[in-house]
Design a protein around this ligand. Sequence first.
Ligand code: FE2
Ligand code: FE2
Length: 318
Amino acid sequence: MKNQYVHELESGQIVAEKFILSKKIMKEKKDGGTYCMLEFADRSGSIEGIAWDSMSEDIKKVSVGDFVFVTGNVNEYNERLQIVVNSICQVPENEIEPVDFLPQTDEDIDKVMAEIFDCKAKVVNPYLKKLLEVFFENDDFVKNFRVAPAAKRAHHAYLGGLAVHTRNTLRLMDGLHPVYPFLNFDLLITSAILHDIGKIHEYSYKTKIDLSTRGKMLGHIVISYEMVAAEIEKIPQFPEDLRLKLLHMIVSHHGEFEWGSPKLPAFPEALILHFIDNLDSKIEMMMNELKKNRGTQREWSDYHPFLEREIYLREEKW
Ligand SMILES: [Fe+2]
Ligand SMILES: [Fe+2]
């Protein structure tokens, strides 16, 4: 286990620790020399770094994605902490403990999964009930579903992220259904549980969270569609209209063509799934910005590429 995690670093501290090198940008100084802007990460977060000329040969030997051993000092620059690097060298992957580097949910994953199982048990329609059972009685599926992240960067980008996002989607469905009691509750719950299951194959998450080849080629909408369609095929007399509705909800849940859905939500349950999915991912992104900047004097976050805005960071209590 590491001794120093990013979120515990304070200005003035001496650093001698392993991190993942997550950014490396060489820059020219006005006087002609070079320096390097860096970013280091572990499971607790990321911190910027800077390395001046004397480091340039060592810096050339390390690449983004490498595990590195860094020595240096923490200081504050532009209201942010950074590591001023004294030395940096690559660390072989077999000397790394994944648990130090992959961010994980701070929720109890057993409780998250238990809540999902409880919701699953509320489904009455025999075909949807059977479909959910096929997935959740498969130990390999459940093992992957428990640990998969929901994203590489955008939202719930940590181990257990898929389960937490799915649980949140279910809670929101549960809360919203009494407002629209005429909607099909079984379809809402089943689609909430299955809409993102393709993420267990979209990402690889052994030494770092990254897109898998299948994820890069197909993305989770297509993979989720494939997984659900394949299991429906095996259930005798699964009604065609129900099959189309559930598959439509999966392919339309991103809600816009430019967000990766080939179809726009075409009936109320599909529209609700999209808005709930969108709500949970955007709240998570905003909360991340707030958390990341707690303890700083900043009023606004950097421009957020997914939310396409800056986030107001003051959290005064009145
Ligand atoms: Fe999705
Ligand atoms: Fe989702």
